[in-house]
Design a binder for this molecule. Sequence first.
Ligand code: PEP
Ligand code: MN
Length: 365
Amino acid sequence: MSTDRLADLRAEISDLNQRLLDLVAQRIAKVGEVRALKAELGLPMFDPMREARMFEELVLRHAGGPLSEAEIRAIFRPIFEISLAHMEGRASGELRVSRLPGEPDRQIAIGDARLGGAIPPTIIAGPCAVESEEQIEAVARAVAALGFEFLRGGAFKPRTNPDSFQGLGIEGLHLLRAAADRHGLRVVSEVTGPRELEAMGGLVDLFQVGARNMANYELLKELGAARQPVLLKRSFAATLDEFLLAAEYLAKFGARDIALCERGIRTFERETRFTLDIAAVPLLKQKTALPLIVDVSHAAGRRDLVLPLAKAALAAGADGLMIEVHPFPEAALSDAAHQLSIEAFARFVEEMRATLSIRDDARFP
Ligand code: PEP
Ligand code: MN
């Protein structure tokens, strides 16, 4: 009877399903053994080459079979993903950068400087762009004298207008490094493409990925693989999910030290250059344990809002601030409208110290 035959076939298919599931479970158990071995050998859990080779192998062996290459990939991609999640001790679908239940804030150590965790807010200060030795020396001296540890300065500047000042390039980085070293500071500077990465090694302590490059996935992969500490800025057109997925690229490809930076998003409001997304601060702190910096300078695009927005950012739970400082802001080659003079920066710090009772753990050094 054909209905019996149908029942038999269905039973066989159920049996095959069960065997497939058992095989996947066996595969995951085997992956657990690989995990233990890799941990022992200090090898990264994710190996993109290995994944590519496994796909190739499967496609080759199935040549002439009924499944297309695309179908083979569609079947195995989720199996690989789930196995990798198990290998990394995550539930599948959960991001590597997700805050685990009960996980305290993560902290990044750069030399003896710290970012994130239950410590006083970190201030990353410095000019928009390195312009000269005198300029960066004056700012470095002030940043160190005020007790801060991180000096920023753009050398490779991603400018909206190609005719605008593009930065001094590697020469600027050398000036920045030298000024930082004279004052015992850590260097934060933007990397705009995979090509510059190698040349920047040794000159930069914390690699900034700018808003315009947040979704430059090739750069994120290279930076991750280089295992360099990264300060990832949110694109002004990115949702928080997109922002966290960009951080996920860094984590997946090997980055261990990732800090996030909210720097304002584009809205219809024109009074400010961007709109500081203050809700992003508690939301990001809920979603991840990564250190979170708020760049109030670029968000506002105007000097007079730096102080109130900085207070708001720390009150909302940010781990630190980025502030642009220039000896002669009006003459700055970029972002003249929002950089603080050295005197204004010192007043800003004083004012922040006076008002920081808003957060128990928020005490400037
Ligand atoms: C910067 O910090 O130098 C910068 C260019 O900022 P953003 O990428 O946030 O525009
Ligand atoms: Mn700037």
